[in-house]
Design a protein around this ligand. Structure first.
Ligand code: NAI
Ligand code: MG
Length: 351
């Protein structure tokens, strides 16, 4: 039976525009094998639009993509537009208005992609589950006495029982489908209100999921362990800030920021979820046709999982492993000489 999905494409800035065409080409190829077709709508929301029109996206932008099945995003951010403007003008409204409260970042050491961490063997994999809509990244706070000698800034963290509980339940349920271990990132020795609250809710989640083992680590010790002994982890769950830092660290442990994917999930499926590579717009290599498309392609594979096609998603990941493990073809960030296009063609041939 043929299934059709409507996908909102937001290429964004820089190499974002170079890595989405490979991702859609892969989707079309694997879709054809599984009776899935994709209908894409393109949205030119980016920093250039901001410079011309004063906004990253139109005022009714979210309404334009609300009814799509999923969103595939390249990267946003460009020199000349402050990063907090591009982030809060596009990515954060999508994540929050569409209640994408899970940021899911799988980490996998691919064959033929050396990790800078000696103990990270090919095949090593774990996943970081980051709370994505509250926590430390809040709008609550302000600046006082701007420009005076006693100038000050206050930034509040917001941790709610429902918000923390649902991300923990997601992490525990995910662990139950994997190796059954949750590691909670905390800092309840230094942060004395929100983090003890987080720890209490972790213990409650542990009671609700008695078959899953869990432990907690202070974030400072945890980052050291991710580097020293990454194989001990299965699911790491953290607040918005801790999860953000952990997931970039983990992507680096896997050997390249150009490969790492992310899903911003609305598990209730009331709104579309958004899939995007972890990397940014890479102004230093943009326009040269040399960007590694794997982050975007793996993100598209996560989208296939989310849309109910795990077999198709697994085929894409298998093709990635195949190309990296069995051919010398790779982009410059992985020590190769292939262009984005050449690499994509090699990958497409192996699906
Ligand atoms: P970046 O990820 O764009 O680049 C960091 C380094 O990694 C650069 O040397 C770049 O060439 C390289 N790199 C990244 N992706 C690559 C790929 N696919 N293939 C080959 N090399 C790759 O991070 P940076 O430079 O800190 O940020 C640049 C802009 O991107 C900023 O405006 C930032 O705000 C934005 N950004 C956006 C993100 C998003 O849309 N989710 C995430 C991170 C940054
Ligand atoms: Mg980050």
């Amino acid at each position: 039976m043929a299934t059709e999905h409507r996908i909102a494409l937001i290429p964004g800035d820089g190499i974002g525009t170079e890595v989405l065409p490979p991702a859609t080409a892969v989707l079309d190829k694997v879709g054809a094998r599984h009776g899935i077709t994709f209908r894409y709508d393109d949205f030119d929301w980016c920093c250039e639009r901001y410079l011309h029109e004063g906004a990253m996206m139109p005022a009714n932008g979210l309404d334009q993509i609300r009814h799509h099945d999923a969103i595939l995003l390249g990267a946003v951010g460009w020199p000349g537009v402050p990063d907090h403007v591009s982030l809060w003008g596009l990515l954060i409204p999508i994540r929050r208005q569409f209640d994408q409260y899970v940021n899911l970042r799988p980490i996998k050491v691919m064959p033929g992609v050396p990790s800078p961490v000696r103990s990270a063997e090919p095949g090593l994999e774990f996943v970081v589950v980051r709370e994505n809509v509250e926590g430390e990244y809040s709008e609550v706070g302000g600046r006082f006495h701007r420009g005076f000698a006693d100038e000050m800034a206050v930034q509040e963290s917001i941790f709610t029982r429902p918000g923390v509980t649902r991300i923990l339940d997601y992490a525990f349920e995910l662990a139950a489908t994997r190796r059954n271990v949750v590691t909670s990132a905390t800092k309840s020795n230094g942060i004395v209100h929100t983090m003890p609250f987080w720890d209490e809710l972790v213990a409650e989640a542990g009671l609700r999921h008695p078959d899953v083992r869990w432990h907690q680590e202070h974030i400072d010790a945890l980052v050291a362990k991710v580097v020293l002994d990454p194989s001990r982890f299965d699911v790491i769950v953290g607040s918005n800030l801790f999860g953000d830092i952990l997931s970039d660290l983990a992507a680096a442990v896997a050997g390249s920021i150009g490969i790492a994917p992310a899903g911003n999930l609305n598990p209730s499926r009331e709104f579309p979820s958004m899939f995007e590579p972890v990397h940014g717009s890479a102004p230093d290599i943009a326009g040269k046709g040399v960007a590694n498309p794997l982050g975007a392609i793996w993100s598209a594979a996560m989208m296939l999982d989310h849309l109910g096609h795990p077999d198709a998603g697994a085929e894409v990941v298998a093709a990635m492993v195949d190309v990296l493990g069995n051919t010398p073809v790779r982009t410059a960030d992985l020590g190769g000489t292939a262009s984005t296009e050449e690499f994509t063609k090699t990958l497409l041939d192996r699906i």
